[in-house]
Ligand binder design. Structure first.
Ligand code: ATP
Ligand code: MG
Length: 416
């Protein structure tokens, strides 16, 4: 009788060592570059009250209307697995009493959950590297946040990325624009897809980034937010572009960028590759000046972005897995304790060491081979009595007997 094998949930996959090595490369680049811009890491919970996302992301969005993993827990509370990081960051910032502590620059790395249709580059549990900057109002901050995103991706050496920016206006200029857009869309409703027809009523700006080609064709002459900005928003958008120009960061204004979430205003941006088909957005974000107030805090301008870790990792060349520096082989039961102690000395000195576990020499050398080590340290009763080990270099078979402290020096010298 064979039972069906247990498998992970569709769209949720394991990070095995080879993949985690890529993730770590992305994370290291993020930590290094964000550190240079004086951002600090925060760690927020994965479980949040469902209400947090309903109030911030908005009910008319895909995430809240159909993608959240939300449930009632045993105590009757409405809980959900976070679908994104910004709302939780705002909650944490408010709850932590940081509203008066000046500009806060945060980043986080962790899993997000959305019940989407699984496909290449689109998972149900995925990781985001997110950035949030609170109490930052000016276009200079936007330009610097974009510069930071650009520096992060440049550090990873991913070619062919395009920065696309747009302005979503504000409470003063957007309603007028929305009306114009809505009437434009209504005239073409018959030619737009079913989802877009729903969007015309609920969230007309979302029609602009519909992925269906026939919809995009209908939008060629659609009114653009950038042509309807109020003076304040127009100045801001010009300021962002001046900042990017001063930093020589290449970008393109794309009036179709609207972002999926309700809380964005003014600057919105995406960094896109053509290597991942329709899942080509690797990093996206924007300004959200109204969100803090929406969640019960004082009016606070803020800006942020999130990058999809798995999507970025897919664009990287293979990252070689780290192999141990040394394998310890023990010849004879008597020297077992001595061999363990030698391994310990080398590890304390910072080397990566595997102990081959004793038994026959043949088996142990096979283990050492499989680990792809450059050095084997062999010990038997002889070495134990003399207080030394035999160091063997696998590449050329050279052997020498040395005290373990000298072995450390030799190996470190060669690993440089
Ligand atoms: P998309 O248009 O691709 O659905 P989005 O607008 O929903 O993206 P955001 O919510 O802004 O994306 O998330 C920021 C980034 O997180 C995306 O650009 C993408 O790289 C990544 N991301 C979003 N959803 C997923 C997912 N389901 N699987 C993997 N990565 C994702
Ligand atoms: Mg999405």
């Amino acid at each position: 009788m064979s039972e069906k094998k247990l498998q992970s949930i569709r769209g949720i996959h394991d990070g095995l060592p080879a993949e985690v090595a890529r993730w770590q490369r992305v994370e290291q680049a993020a930590r290094r570059v964000f550190g240079c811009y004086a951002f600090s890491e925060v760690r927020m919970p994965v479980l949040e009250p469902t209400e947090l996302f309903v109030r911030s992301i908005g009910e008319a969005t895909d995430i809240v209307s159909k993608e959240m993993y939300a449930f009632t827990d045993q105590g009757g509370d409405q809980i959900c697995l976070r679908p994104e990081g910004t709302a939780g960051a705002v909650r944490a910032w408010l709850q932590g009493g940081l509203t008066r502590s000046g500009t806060q620059r945060w980043y986080y790395i962790g899993p997000m959950f959305r019940r989407e249709r699984p496909q290449k580059g689109r998972l149900r549990q995925f990781q985001q590297i997110g950035v949030e900057m609170f109490s930052a109002a000016g276009p200079i901050e936007d330009a610097e946040v974009l510069a930071m995103a650009h520096a992060f991706l440049s550090e990873l050496g991913i070619p062919g990325l395009n920065i696309e920016i747009n302005s979503l206006g504000c409470g003063a200029c957007r309603p007028g624009y929305r009306e114009k857009l809505t009437s434009y869309l209504q005239q073409r409703a018959g030619k737009l897809c079913e989802t877009c027809n729903e969007r015309i009523v609920r969230n007309p700006m979302r029609v602009l980034d519909c992925k269906v080609q026939s919809c995009q064709q209908e939008l060629t002459d659609a009114p653009e937010m950038v042509a309807h900005l109020c003076d304040g928003c127009d100045d801001h958008f010009t300021g962002v572009q001046k900042g990017l120009d001063a930093l020589a960061i290449p970008y393109r204004v794309n009036p179709r960028i609207v972002r999926g979430l309700d809380y964005y205003n003014r600057t919105a941006f995406e960094i896109v590759t053509d290597k991942l088909g329709s899942q080509g957005t690797v990093l996206a974000g924007g300004r959200y000046d109204g969100l803090v107030q929406e969640l019960g805090g004082p009016a606070t301008p803020a800006i942020g972005f999130a990058a999809g870790l798995e999507r970025l990792a897919m664009l990287l060349d293979d990252v070689p897995l780290a192999t141990p520096d040394v394998a310890v082989v023990v010849l004879g039961e008597e020297a077992l304790g001595y061999s363990l102690a030698q391994a310990d000395v080398m590890r304390k000195a910072g080397l990566s060491v595997v102990h081959c576990g004793g038994g026959s020499a043949k088996r142990q050398f096979k283990v050492a081979d499989r680990e792809l080590v450059r050095f084997v340290v062999a010990v038997g009763e002889d070495e134990m009595q003399a207080g030394v080990v035999t160091l063997k270099e696998m590449q050329n078979g050279q052997q020498q007997r040395l005290p373990v402290s000298e072995v450390v020096t030799v190996i470190k010298g060669q690993l440089l």
